[in-house]
Design a protein around this ligand. Structure first.
Ligand code: ATP
Length: 234
């Protein structure tokens, strides 16, 4: 569904991605793990057209989307939940969700998806009228995911959805990732919580200073000595 080929990204003199290759097959969960500054966010940001690549190709559903406009990529169903719960703080929960669907014309399907999002996140339903900025970190993260779902993604890219959340909420977020996947959404997940990510993912890539150094099935990476030493603290 998504193929990243020999992708290079530079920020001025910094060579942030050094010819990486990633495959995200339809209906799978793929994860990208790595330390701070490895280039994980850059991979997602360049895929969605927020950062220009200097060379390489990004193919989505057999279409070359390299350096295309973000809005066109999103309307083709490739959607990102950015890092850090970017919700509109002065708007209510419901208004944030409605905004997620603003490019859609299929109003009946939008209503159905809204119902689905409220089923996934009962907490959001209880807080329909609350200003997003006054919600807890975990609730705002749920809202950010809910808003992305309102865009009707075919492929959802998530940038560290569990960052800074309490263990119980992290568990909830990972359960919801599985639920979203069961509904037919393909997922590319970035995580520092390597254990939880590899447990849920079919396939994983390890990124180190801009290069993929290791890849394999989620369970294989979970049992890999190097991964355990470097990312699982074992
Ligand atoms: P983290 O887990 O800390 O979010 P990451 O793996 O997502 O890290 P990136 O944010 O992709 O890493 O950053 C990769 C490298 O590119 C880092 O060295 C970072 O400092 C650099 N970088 C990222 N964005 C910019 C920018 N806008 N201008 C200059 N350098 C940048």
């Amino acid at each position: 569904m998504l193929k990243i080929r020999d992708l290079n990204v530079h920020y001025g003199g910094i060579h942030a991605l050094k010819g990486i290759n990633i495959d995200v097959p339809e209906n799978k969960i793929v994860t990208l793990i790595g330390a701070n500054g490895a280039g994980k966010s850059t991979t997602l940001r360049s895929t969605i057209g927020l950062v220009k690549s200097s060379s390489g190709k990004i193919i989505y559903n057999d279409k070359d989307i390299t350096n295309r406009k973000t809005k066109d990529i999103v309307s083709d169903g490739l959607v990102m939940v950015p890092e850090g719960r970017r919700v509109f703080p002065n708007l209510t929960v419901e208004e944030n969700l409605i905004l997620g669907a603003y490019i859609r014309k299929d109003k009946n399907a939008v209503k159905k998806d809204m119902k689905w999002v409220y089923e996934l996140f009962p907490r959001l339903k209880e807080r329909i009228w609350q200003k997003a900025g006054t919600m807890s970190g975990g609730e705002q993260q749920m809202l950010a995911v809910g808003r992305a779902l309102m865009t009707k993604p075919k492929l959802l890219m998530m940038d560290e959805p569990s960052l800074g959340l309490a263990p119980l909420i992290v568990k909830e977020i990972f359960e919801i990732i599985s639920e979203i996947h069961k509904e037919g959404v393909t997922i590319l997940l970035i995580e520092q919580n390597a254990k939880a990510a590899l447990e849920v993912a079919h396939y994983g890539y390890v990124l180190e200073t801009g290069s993929i150094v290791l890849e394999g099935k989620g369970m294989e990476l979970l049992n890999n000595d190097e991964v355990q030493k470097a990312y699982l603290g074992e």
